[in-house]
Design a protein around this ligand. Structure first.
Ligand code: ADP
Length: 544
């Protein structure tokens, strides 16, 4: 795609004059070194996943200039992060920390407030500080990607330990964990698997959580709680601190693994399938996040553009999808289940026999033989990911539209037939209303499931972007009316989603605002993130 060259004046944060801002940046340059403070005055380039910009959201649903940084700074130590925070307090400049900024679908590297100074932690703070091969733990800086951690274990010959990776492995382990991202081994709940943080507070002090507060400790990564209130929670999906180190637990190599795939014929099979999955998942017979994917996504992940199958406007008709799927392992079925069984052969055989007997209770259920699948089949990407091997095959469905970008709707629900069908029907109806292809996947965590709906849109088509936004906003409201809330959301939807968590006259948000005002009295750190606005911004028209 040709780069749109154009002149850009750097954006300046609101409330400060351009000259004063540039002078303040010079002061920061003197502290960090000139090359580690960059004014964002170049044309905005979208790049692609592995060469993504850190100045804006490469998959923006708004105008590209809306959520854009004024400058990017690159600290190399916790002390430099403290210096940046003190500098921001001095000039009341909003700062926005990212680890690597590959948070695609949720805002990428973009700050919530236009003109914020982005702190790109990952570029220079990218060390694996420790891998403990006896405790199965590691201690990481923000710039360690899932790929990098995986490679480091391989290099050291630590075959007895696995990492866990999300669908795309290029992101930061620390950033993804703070945003409560998930992966597909039994250690898939990243937040639950972390142990210990080092955090720079918005007023510049540094704390270590859990056992890290004990000066001579040797258990920071093995006992997450320490003594007293468990503070880690307030640093995830929040704007209460900048995390500079994080401990992570590693999974023991289970001694063997085996992916399996089932397909189910009809859309309505989803309901009974959920009733079967629930006890199997809670009982750990299904050992990793159980994924049930709709045929539409199965087609799209093959990487062809939608125009190969359909040239009409409006959502692609079901019969076209089914015709397109005939050559795929899903054949004439609608749902694909991807799972993995762990352990030596006899242990796997025991669990897989139970799964097989249960899944076959759905009439027409089919088990796909992995031996029949070519090497580049999506199944093998799921196989790698469920074995903790980072991958980026998942990105292929972004080719569905020209200039493809995506944004997610991800409500949490019980693992029940009625809930799955209610969410599916609501999503399908609204996608049809807005003329959008519906890509639902149900991901069963343990006692709940996330429905992940990815809307793929052409980022150069203002009308389709508006349709996507309208559809998302309606889905969020209608889901909330039915009792479902999002587990995570894009920057532009944070106010709305936070607003749905309104029990007790918004008691939780009032509590968050009280914490925010106490911890960040000048309101400099990531204002508006997760819908939490500091006093200086509240009620002044920043919400959207
Ligand atoms: P990824 O891990 O996918 O590269 P990011 O680095 O963008 O993603 O992190 C995801 C989210 O977590 C962002 O919204 C960012 O604001 C927040 N975040 C990332 N790193 C930190 C950090 N070190 N301290 C505080 N918040 C962070």
């Amino acid at each position: 795609k040709p780069v749109r060259e154009r002149q850009r004046l750097p954006v300046v944060p609101q409330g400060i004059e351009r000259d004063e801002f540039l002078a303040a940046l010079d002061e920061l340059k003197a502290q960090l070194g000139g090359e580690f403070v960059e004014v964002n005055d170049k044309p905005l380039r979208d790049g692609w996943y592995m060469e993504h910009p850190n100045t804006h959201d490469m998959m923006t649903i708004l105008d590209e200039e809306e959520l854009v940084a004024s400058a990017v700074v690159y600290p190399s130590t916790t002390e430099e992060v403290q210096q940046i925070v003190l500098w921001a307090n001095k000039y009341l400049i909003p700062i926005f920390p990212i680890s690597m900024g590959r948070n695609l679908g949720y805002g990428g590297a973009a700050p919530r407030v236009r003109g914020s100074v982005t702190i790109d932690l990952g570029k220079r703070m990218n060390k694996i500080l420790d891998i403990n091969s006896e405790d199965y733990t590691c201690l990481l800086e923000p710039g360690v990607s899932f790929y990098a951690l995986y490679e480091a274990l391989k290099e050291k010959g630590y075959d007895h330990m696995w990492i866990d990776t999300p669908d795309l492995g290029g992101g930061s382990v620390l950033g993804n964990t703070l945003d409560r991202g998930v992966g597909y081994t039994p250690y898939g709940d990243h937040w639950a698997c972390h142990a210990g943080l080092e955090v720079v507070l918005p007023t510049g002090e540094v704390i270590r959580t859990g056992m890290g507060a004990l000066p001579e400790n040797n258990t920071w990564q093995t006992f997450p709680y320490g003594f007293g209130p468990y503070s880690d929670g307030i640093f995830s999906q929040s704007n209460f601190g900048i995390v500079t180190k994080m401990g992570m637990t590693l999974m023991p190599n289970p001694g063997g693994y085996e992916s399996f795939m089932y397909t189910f014929q009809n859309e309505e099979d989803l309901g009974p399938l959920m009733e079967i999955i629930r006890p199997l998942r809670i009982g750990m017979i299904l050992e990793n996040v159980a994924q049930v994917r709709h045929i539409a996504q199965t087609i799209a992940v093959r990487g062809h553009p939608r125009s190969k199958f359909y040239q009409g406007s409006g959502p692609i008709p079901d019969e076209v999808l089914h015709a397109a799927a005939v050559e795929s392992p899903v054949g004439d079925h609608t749902w694909a289940y991807y799972g993995m069984s762990y352990g030596p052969p006899h242990i796997r055989a025991y669990k897989l026999a139970i799964v097989d007997a249960e899944f076959r209770k759905i009439p027409g259920a089919k088990k796909v033989d992995p031996k029949s699948l070519p090497e580049d089949e999506y199944f093998w990407s799921r196989d790698r990911i469920a074995a903790g091997i980072p991958d980026i095959h998942e990105l292929r469905w972004v080719n569905w539209t020209p200039n493809g970008a995506h944004i997610a709707f991800s409500p949490v629900s019980p693992i029940r037939s009625a809930d799955a069908m209610k969410l599916f029907d609501m999503g399908k109806k609204l996608h049809h209303q807005y003329g959008i292809d519906f890509f639902p996947a149900f991901c069963v965590g343990l006692r709940e499931m996330h429905l992940i709906v990815e809307i793929v849109f052409d980022r150069d088509d203002a009308e389709r972007k508006k349709a996507a936004m309208d559809c998302l906003r309606d889905m969020i409201d209608q889901a909330a009316a039915l009792g479902y809330g999002e587990y995570r959301t894009h920057l532009v939807l944070m106010d709305q989603v936070a607003g749905t968590y309104s029990w007790g006259d918004g008691a939780l948000m009032k509590f968050n605002e009280r914490l925010k005002d106490a911890l960040d009295p000048n309101g400099i750190l990531a204002p508006g993130k997760s819908g939490i606005w500091p006093k200086r911004y509240r009620g002044r028209g920043w919400e959207m």
